[in-house]
Design a protein around this ligand. Sequence first.
Ligand SMILES: [Zn+2]
Length: 60
Amino acid sequence: MECIKCKNEMTKVNFSTIGGIVLETKTNSIFETPETSPVECYVCNKCGYVELKATDYKKF
Ligand SMILES: [Zn+2]
């Protein structure tokens, strides 16, 4: 993935809050099962820009 700030190639890293982060759709009741997606994280080692990307984005 290319950095949108400086066009440098970004490095894939773990965005760790213990076990990574997950996107989840909002539901109206506790009986609905939310759609979820893991999140990939990239960091630019030239300018420090961080980018997050949902891996299963088509679910949303
Ligand atoms: Zn950059």
